[in-house]
Write a protein that binds this ligand. Structure first.
Ligand code: URA
Length: 253
């Protein structure tokens, strides 16, 4: 049977199938496909964009069959100093290096800066990952940010309604409305709690800098309803079945 390029429910791109089931990153999957090492139903796949039916098609890498894996959902309390991507071209320590004993090759859902700590979900369930990171879904994340100075009520109001921040491409955009409160004040700093419903690069740091209160320390304390309760920094656990169901069913929270 030839490699198919159909469009129906339950089908995935070949590179995503390999990344979720073959123990490689999406980038490595692209490389081995372009190297001609991957066959779909006996035919060499020419592009990572080929769509396959994971339940019916036979995908092989260098002749070895890749079977669909069970979906796994892992919650990590990320420490500072660790990169939140599955593989780092510069070979720095990544969150995946902290997942000793995890049964599958899972990927971070969204990212945290290297110097941000806190709750992070990792999974090989690409559909759920897509849903939780899609801007339209508006999944909420709560951060505690220790900032320089003590923001005035006006600065807090600006953070809550939206401020101009740079995008990754350098353009300026307005942040979406956020919930903001002061948790604690110190002599020269304040601890803010900020709940956002978008996942832009350096979002919270840029928002705080935009109102003149740069972030000194940042931690994500909630990812939707998930917290790091009982999970020391650097440790992980599997989500419970109930938690997975809740995440799948959850509307913007
Ligand atoms: N906002 C940031 O600025 N950094 C993070 O890591 C997460 C949100």
């Amino acid at each position: 049977m030839a490699a198919r390029v159909p469009e129906s429910e339950g089908e995935v791109r070949l590179n995503r199938f390999l990344a979720e089931n073959g123990g490689v990153s999406r980038r490595e999957a692209d490389d081995i496909i372009f190297a001609g090492r991957v066959t779909v139903n006996g035919t060499v796949a020419e592009t990572p964009a080929v769509r396959i039916d994971a339940t019916r098609d036979s995908v092989k890498v260098s002749g070895k069959r890749i079977w669909p894996q069970r979906k796994e959902y892992v919650l990590l309390n990320k420490p500072e100093g660790v990169i939140s991507s599955a593989d780092d071209p510069q070979h720095r320590r990544t969150v995946v290096d902290l997942l000793h004993g995890v049964r599958a090759h899972v990927y971070p859902v969204g990212r945290l800066d290297v110097n941000t700590s806190g709750v992070m979900l990792l999974t090989n369930d690409g559909d759920l990952a897509l849903k939780l990171t899609h801007p339209r879904f508006g999944f909420s994340k709560t951060y505690q940010a220790k900032v320089q100075g003590q923001p005035s009520p006006r600065a807090l109001q600006k953070l809550a309604t939206g401020v101009h921040i740079p995008t990754e491409s350098g353009r300026m955009e307005v942040s979406l409305p956020a919930k903001v409160k002061i948790v604690k004040t110190f002599e020269r700093n304040a601890l803010l709690e900020i709940t956002v419903q978008e996942g832009r690069y350096h979002l919270v740091r840029s928002m705080c800098a935009a109102v003149g209160h740069p972030v000194i320390k940042l931690s994500r304390v909630k990812f939707g309803f998930l917290t790091a309760a009982g999970l020391p920094l650097g440790r992980w656990r599997y989500l419970t079945t109930d938690e997975v169901q809740r995440l799948k069913g959850e509307k913007a929270s």
